[in-house]
Write a protein that binds this ligand. Structure first.
Ligand SMILES: Cc1cc2nc3c(=O)[nH]c(=O)nc-3n(C[C@H](O)[C@H](O)[C@H](O)COP(=O)(O)O)c2cc1C
Length: 334
């Protein structure tokens, strides 16, 4: 049997299939279920910048109001904001329980776009025993005054700031919409990212034609979305000083195998588990094990990156040179 062990962010995992951040990783029962079904690690849902900042602001207002009402309050009658249980309380409870009850690594996740007070939560998550931190930067560049360079600087400042606060391994989850994703990936690594989670999936709004409103509508991913990830993992393998995690469109064992061959250290699953249940993870793991074992691979390391852009005979296959060939490969449905 192939040894599927893989190393990600300094963590040694039994195999490369991780439960991605989703409602399934948001309560202890599902986390235990994911572990029972063989998840090699779990990523908790994100603690959101807004969640922390808004509650902190609301709390501060209460603090000021109450202090004004009661003279005694000025001498420390009310707890300091930093010590108070803000919106993070429930999150920290989940992290504590996950750390106490799971044997697999628990990766905490922070979501934000701006450098701010909320980033100190990286330290708090470290204190609560997270095995690593994933920084989920979900930012739609809708401000037409900001250039690509401005926005990239914002990402890098954020990564640098979080990096200075923790010793934990740090992964950064980003979307694909950069002019030069590969170069930017290198910059993220230089700013302190130990791992890159590619790619964040941006949810697109829809229009409700009855109500004439813009409606949020979360659609789970489709397997074909994995192709974009496959391309960039293949291009970046060996060219960026960071571990590579693949997210978006990882639905079956074949997807995991392809991404490992392209160069992924781990693959992450959310939509397929939400749709098919946590037991699907076990089926995927068994499928991956079967694929490599049947082909006599001794270890995952032997296979990883063997189809990366740097390794294949036809590196153009990952680039535009194949554009015309791809268009010509279309066959109408029969
Ligand atoms: C309902 C739902 C909630 C999610 N919540 C988070 C989150 O809190 N933080 C995060 O980084 N990603 C979150 N994600 C994104 C997933 O972790 C994953 O990156 C994305 O869905 C693409 O992977 P998939 O194709 O396996 O679904 C969420 C996804 C779904 C479907």
């Amino acid at each position: 049997m192939t040894d599927l062990t893989t190393s990600y962010l300094g963590l040694v995992l039994d195999h490369p299939i991780v439960a991605s951040s989703s409602p399934l990783t948001g309560d202890i029962d599902h986390l235990l279920d994911l572990q029972a079904n063989g998840a090699a690690a779990v990523v908790l849902p994100s603690l959101f910048e807004e969640q922390v900042e808004h509650e902190a602001v609301a709390l501060e207002a209460t603090y000021e109001w109450a202090s004004g009402m009661n003279a005694e309050a000025h001498g420390g009658y009310f707890p300091e904001l930093d010590d108070y249980n803000t919106g993070a309380e429930r999150y920290l409870d989940l992290l504590d329980r996950a750390k106490a009850e799971l044997n697999v690594p628990v990766i905490a996740s922070l979501n934000g776009t701006s450098v701010g007070g909320w980033t100190h939560y990286a330290e708090v998550l470290q204190e609560h025993g997270a095995d690593a931190l994933e920084l989920n930067v979900y930012y739609v560049a809708a401000d037409v005054e900001l250039s690509g360079a401005d926005i990239e600087r914002q990402y890098l400042d954020l990564v640098e700031q979080v990096r200075t606060r923790i010793d934990l391994p740090l992964a950064v989850k980003v979307g694909p919409f950069f002019s030069s994703p590969g170069n930017f990936a290198r910059q993220l690594a230089a700013a302190g990212a130990d791992g890159l989670v590619l790619f964040n999936r941006f949810y697109q709004p829809d229009v409700d034609l009855e109500e004439l409103t813009v409606a949020p509508d979360l659609v789970l991913s489709a397997p074909a979305e994995m192709r974009l990830v496959l391309r960039w993992i293949a291009i970046l393998r060996g060219r960026v000083d960071a571990h590579l995690a693949a997210t978006t469109g990882v639905h079956g064992a074949d997807d995991v195998v392809k991404l490992v061959l392209a160069g992924a250290d781990v693959t992450m699953m959310a939509s397929a588990l939400l749709r098919d249940g946590t037991s699907h993870l076990r089926a995927v793991r068994d499928g991956v094990s079967g694929w490599f074992s049947e082909r006599d691979y001794e270890s995952l390391g032997q296979a990883r990156g063997s189809l990366s852009q740097a390794s294949v005979a036809d590196p153009d296959a990952f680039e535009r040179a194949n554009y015309m060939k791809t268009l010509l490969s279309y066959r109408p449905p029969v």
